[in-house]
Design a protein around this ligand. Structure first.
Ligand code: ZN
Length: 201
């Protein structure tokens, strides 16, 4: 254990920051120092924003998204296509897809993917509600927007089987050449997926 360089309050701030993804102990110290230096303009507003977040942020019971209202803003949006659902692993994936502006439907956040290694089983995922939502008469398509990892694809297969008895089409994202990508830089798995899933020009 490195020796503490500050009082317990500052050490606690550093330890908490070090738990953030992408922040190791060194970056956490740097972030803590920046917060302390900018106490009035950064630390105080951040503390206030966090206090409000703790009080008001809830998980949407409909889709698993996080928001300050339940159902969330997306589930309340009547302009969204009610015949489709986009299934994602995590809220960060929902945010990424929303940024793309390509989704006109609502989402369903699984809260993880099946993983033998991490001990994630079907009952740990938000699957029961997905089956309910996929069973409504107006539902036509379930898009599995899961990561192209082994666990993501295992989960995609599991969900497809789970929904097989319903009159909905289950689709998944295309695998292939990224926009602006150069073939020479792609791995063999991506290239062969791109060839297999070629589309008419
Ligand atoms: Zn929602």
């Amino acid at each position: 254990m490195p020796q503490a360089v500050a009082g317990p309050e500052i050490e606690r701030l550093i330890q908490l920051l070090a738990r953030m993804p992408g922040l190791g102990p060194r970056s956490a110290r740097r972030a803590a120092l920046q917060l302390i230096k900018k106490r009035e303009t950064l630390l105080a507003p951040l503390a206030e924003a966090m206090r409000v977040a703790v009080e008001r942020i809830v998980v949407c019971r409909e889709c698993g998204n996080v928001d300050t209202c339940d159902p969330c803003t997306i589930c309340r949006d009547h302009g969204r296509d009610p015949s489709m659902l986009v299934v994602v692993e995590d809220v960060s994936d929902l945010w990424a897809l929303e940024r793309s502006g390509a989704v006109t439907a609502r989402y369903h956040v699984l809260g993880g993917v099946l993983s033998a290694l991490d001990g994630v089983r079907p009952e740990n995922l938000n699957l029961a509600r997905l089956v309910e939502r996929a069973s409504v008469p107006e539902m036509k398509e379930i898009i599995l927007a899961l990561n192209a990892t082994v666990d993501g694809q295992t989960t995609a297969h599991y969900v497809t089987e789970l929904l097989a008895h319903l009159p909905v089409k289950v689709t998944r994202l295309a695998h292939g050449v990224p926009v602006g990508g150069e073939l020479d830089y792609l791995d063999e798995g991506t290239l062969s997926a791109a060839i297999r899933q070629r589309t008419a020009f």
